[in-house]
Design a protein around this ligand. Structure first.
Ligand SMILES: NC(=O)c1ccc[n+]([C@@H]2O[C@H](COP(=O)([O-])OP(=O)(O)OC[C@H]3O[C@@H](n4cnc5c(N)ncnc54)[C@H](OP(=O)(O)O)[C@@H]3O)[C@@H](O)[C@H]2O)c1
Length: 425
């Protein structure tokens, strides 16, 4: 018999309570273990909840909840107080489950070490991919593989916005407002649209897949707030779909860990992941490619992952599998393909002047698209400004940055070039 205490009775907390109460018998039948919700703590009980619990389950204080629990489930979010709660629970020999990606990405190593020190379990399946059992897949089913790369669509809000832009020609700002009105985006959407939420998640996945600690500050993060419809449409014309992609990739004993908008070939399965869904593609040396797909957020899917952790702890008496002890070296000179759009004067020799710079830096061009479409008329030169798109073969990020810096200064180039990486399976 395991007693569970939930701290934070919000979206996920109420889903976890509902699942533990409604499916208690299902869990007992499948595992033989009795898991019982015994205490819930929240700051404010006046608010309406989607699922109501008996008043006698409400804890009076954190100490009261600790007394009544074997497994403490932290579901308040944020960093400082949540970390405090988890550490106090561990010090009191309580197992801990959390869904807190922000906290895990910053302090995962410290908390895992603390769990080892106090001999308690610490699980956090719901911190990545909501209901998708991705962490268990990496640390159990795929544990024997060297992971070549992970590609993730890990943030439903941005995927919803990009899907609306792509399918319905909606501008970014309008799609964001719609996502907010539907409850898919927070009133302050910064963490989602600037890629920070996805970066927290890929940091956790890369730490597990590559068995070490990643300094979150080393993760490259670029969001979708500067994506405009023209690039979404030009990309589609070239056979690509835009996504906010989280990438972890092993190259020569170093790791690339990055989040940025990326074009994916429209026939690849990842490009078809639309709306608020999440997907994670893992390429392992023995298993090959494996794709996991599902609801990346929401009360019930997330509760499903949290309760699977509770059951796991109960089944294994809290023994954790993870070791985050070695420090992983991060490589920032990515090696990938690029879509680069310039706004150039429509006159003879422009293409040659740009391709010469690419050649100088050893960047090979895969295709060029120049549209008979006027962006604007440059008043001074009285000439037409048109978009020119170049797709490169694989190249090093540093070489591409240098080439773009040089091309930006050519007199025929009128605006800051747009760069979107292309990722291939
Ligand atoms: N929502 C999802 O779909 C989802 C998916 C995956 C992971 N997660 C993660 O799950 C965690 C919880 O998210 P959520 O969406 O459930 O958040 P939420 O709806 O805001 O719920 C958090 C609850 O905790 C309460 N709380 C805050 N500080 C507290 C404290 N010191 N003591 C007791 N209660 C406190 C809050 O009360 P007040 O509202 O009064 O502050 C609120 O009721 C976060 O780490 C989040 O990143 C969420």
């Amino acid at each position: 018999m395991y007693r569970v205490g939930i701290v934070g009775y919000g979206t996920v907390g109420s889903g976890v309570a509902e699942l533990l109460i409604k499916n208690k018998d299902v869990i007992k039948e499948k595992t033989g273990i009795d898991i019982s919700l015994n205490a819930v703590l929240d700051k404010d009980w006046t608010r309406e909840r989607p699922f109501n619990i008996d008043d006698n389950l409400r804890a009076n204080s954190f100490e009261d909840l600790l007394d009544k629990s074997d497994i403490v489930v932290e579901l308040i979010g944020g960093v400082n107080i949540a970390k405090d709660i988890i550490e106090k629970a561990m010090e009191n020999k309580k197992h801990v489950v959390s869904a807190n990606k922000h906290l895990l990405a910053l302090h995962g190593k410290e908390l895992i070490e603390k769990a080892y020190k106090y001999g308690v379990g610490f699980e956090f399946e719901a911190s990545v991919g909501g209901g998708i059992p991705i962490i268990k897949a990496l640390k159990e089913g795929l544990v024997a593989n060297r992971i070549n790369y992970i590609h993730g669509i890990l943030n439903g809000t941005t995927n919803y916005i990009l899907t609306r832009m792509l399918d319905d020609g909606m501008d970014f700002d309008i799609a964001l407002k719609e996502a907010q009105s539907l409850g898919y985006a927070e009133q302050d959407p910064t963490f989602d649209i600037e890629g920070i939420d996805a970066a927290h998640k890929i940091t956790i996945l890369a730490s597990i897949a590559y068995g070490g600690h990643i300094n979150f500050k080393d993760v490259y993060i670029e969001g979708i707030s500067n994506i405009n419809l023209l690039d979404v449409e030009l990309g589609r014309e070239l056979g690509y779909t835009i996504k906010l992609l989280a990438v972890a990739k092993s190259t020569n004993n170093e790791l690339e860990v990055r989040v940025h908008p990326a074009f994916i070939k429209s026939q690849e399965q990842m490009s078809k992941v639309s709306g608020v869904y999440n997907a994670i593609l893992i390429d392992g040396d023995f298993v090959g490619k494996t794709l996991l797909y599902g609801k990346g957020a929401g009360s019930k899917p997330t509760a499903s992952a949290v309760v699977s952790d509770i059951v796991d702890i109960a089944k294994h008496s809290g023994r954790s599998f993870l070791a985050f002890n070695k420090s992983l070296k991060i490589n920032k000179n990515f090696y990938t393909r690029y879509y680069i759009r310039f706004e150039v004067e429509d006159k003879i020799g422009v293409l040659a002047s740009i391709t010469n710079v690419f050649a100088k830096y050893g960047i090979s061009i895969a295709s060029v698209l120049q549209k008979e479409m006027v962006c604007k008329v440059a008043k001074k030169e009285n000439s037409l400004i048109v978009p020119l798109v170049i797709l490169t073969h694989k190249a090093y990020e540093l070489d591409v940055s240098k080439a773009i810096e040089e091309i930006k200064n050519l007199s025929v180039v009128k605006e800051k070039p747009v760069l979107i990486r292309l990722e291939e399976e």
